[in-house]
Ligand binder design. Structure first.
Ligand code: SF4
Length: 509
């Protein structure tokens, strides 16, 4: 039987961050298809996004008004006990069975028509749902199960030790490794592969296996579901790795790789024509990961008159006004910048030194040319104080005219524990001064949890100050059912640009 692979992006029980087409599985599809593989992809998260706890029309219209916590059939996968009962003892909760059979019905083709099922995992919550559904498919159809995605690190070899229904795990970029695996290459020759041999779990060496040709193919994805009022945000990645080395960051620690700006523009042009879209979201760790690259890319956009608009992460640096004008002219609507902390000592612990003057100047310049600045803050980092909270509140007041939206997240030690490869994890431990830490086991992984009892109070103060200054607040994860809620900062920026800010278009003339 010829190999056929279906690669899935499965629902996250707490709703994913943004309703955008999944880039990772689209890149895999593009690469594998060009390599002659029979591959399909599917975004069950999007297809299941608006599912309610009831299908009875009258009740449905009522429960849809409730917050996600109450009206969320996927919530069962947040229940550690039920997840562990299914994964460890094969006792599925009735609701879990029902949800998984609904997911199966949504698949682009019957699962039985594939020899391999790949699952892309991005978060802890998605891991629980993905493992359960992978087990469900394995038991029903006996397919080969491969896990991949940004949540997979060498540490996930523990999953292979715990769960026999997983056949392979691919760490980092999956294109080359998956192609070799489907092509039947000896397992020990496939970089970034975790597998079993003779009852033992084997971990192949990591390599920067960046494929030359990473143009995404979104054609299987339910494109019509992603957009509303003509705003469909298509993600695109022009680089890997990061020039900084923040201590808490896992994705940034990959080797640096940057595409040729001409290739980027060629690919974006084809995506624009093929899917009739104009809005892009660069998912690179920063568009200015290389200053030279960002300039050449913008010049190419302008030269080719692509007429696209985009949002990107940005590492705040001391740049002249002409630099921000260039970004704007090339279609930049929004820059997303990590401030993280204003405490010098914590910045040092995070290996992230932020110069307040550089931040102020950059925000002033980019907002002056009409770019929507979105800022990220981290609160409750071990060691932060109320003085730091006051500094952030004062920063908001003094910079309220220079940024339009902000996100505040709680320092997440569990994410670091789950993802860090062992040696890096060990060295990271030394930098922590935790006030309250405990351990938890979920899906075969033991990790630490940290909780600052004042986080909610800090969060309320932060939100109140933003509200008082007329700035949008966003959670990292959207806790609302409406996927196109205007409060989502990506969409807010683009809606506002489309409806109000006519000057932006004129600037580009
Ligand atoms: S700037 Fe962002 S991507 Fe780069 S290392 Fe820091 S947290 Fe990671």
């Amino acid at each position: 039987m010829n190999t056929r692979i279906l690669i899935l992006y499965l629902p996250s029980p707490n709703q994913k961050m943004l309703p955008t087409p999944c880039l990772g599985i689209a890149v895999l599809k593009g690469y594998l298809k060009r390599a002659g593989r029979d591959v399909r992809i599917d975004d069950i998260e999007m297809k299941y996004w608006e599912k309610d706890i009831t299908t009875i029309p009258l009740l449905r219209s009522i429960v849809r008004k409730l917050p996600l916590w109450f009206n969320n059939p996927k919530k069962i996968f947040l229940n550690t006990r039920q997840v562990n009962r299914y994964l460890d003892f094969n006792i599925p909760h009735e609701r879990m069975k029902k949800v998984m059979s609904e997911w199966e019905k949504l698949l682009i083709e019957p699962a039985a028509s594939f020899t391999h099922i790949g699952v892309s995992v991005m978060t802890t919550e998605q891991l629980a749902a993905s493992l359960c559904f992978a087990k469900y498919l394995k038991e029903k159809y006996g397919v080969c199960i491969i896990l991949g995605g940004s949540f997979m690190t060498q540490r996930m070899s523990l999953l292979l030790e715990c769960y026999s229904f997983i056949d392979y795990i691919i760490v980092r970029e999956g294109e080359v490794a998956l192609d070799k695996l489907l092509g039947g290459e000896p397992l020990e020759n496939i970089e970034n592969l975790l597998y079993r041999k003779g009852g033992e779990v084997k971990v192949n060496p990591l390599a920067a296996a960046y494929a030359d040709n990473m143009e995404p193919d979104f054609s299987d994805l339910p494109f019509s579901l992603y957009g509303q009022k003509d705003v469909i945000m298509v993600p695109y990645e022009a680089s890997k790795g990061c020039k900084l080395n923040c201590s808490y960051c896992v994705p940034g620690k990959k080797p640096l790789y940057i595409k040729n700006p001409k290739t980027v523009v060629d690919e974006i042009e084809r995506i624009k024509e093929r899917y009739n879209v104009s809005y892009f979201s660069f998912s690179d760790n920063a568009i200015n990961i290389s200053r030279d690259f960002s300039i050449r890319l913008c010049e190419e956009f302008i030269k080719r008159k692509l007429d696209i608009y985009w949002t990107a992460y940005f590492i705040i640096e001391d740049e002249p006004m002409s630099y921000f004008r260039l970004l704007k002219k090339a279609g930049c609507i929004q820059l997303r910048c990590g401030i993280e902390t204003l405490n010098e000592k914590l910045g040092h612990a995070m290996n992230r030194r932020i110069d307040p003057d550089v931040v102020s100047n950059a925000l002033r310049k980019s907002s002056a040319v009409g770019i929507w600045n979105h800022l990220f803050f981290i609160m409750s980092y071990p060691g932060d104080t109320w003085r730091d909270v006051l500094k952030v509140l004062f920063f908001i007041i003094s910079h309220k005219n220079f940024f339009k939206s902000a996100t505040m997240s709680c320092f997440n030690i569990s994410g670091i524990d789950q993802l860090m490869e062992n040696h890096k994890y060990a060295s990271y431990q030394g930098t922590l001064i935790c006030r309250k830490v405990w351990k938890e086991k979920r899906c075969g992984l033991v990790y630490r949890k940290y909780y600052d009892i004042f986080f909610y109070l800090k969060s309320i103060l932060f939100k109140w100050m933003l509200w008082a200054c007329g700035i949008y607040f966003n959670n990292i994860f959207s806790a609302v059912k409406d996927p196109f809620n205007r409060r989502l900062y990506f969409y807010s920026a683009f809606y506002q640009w489309r409806t109000g800010d006519k000057h932006a278009a004129e600037d580009r003339m």
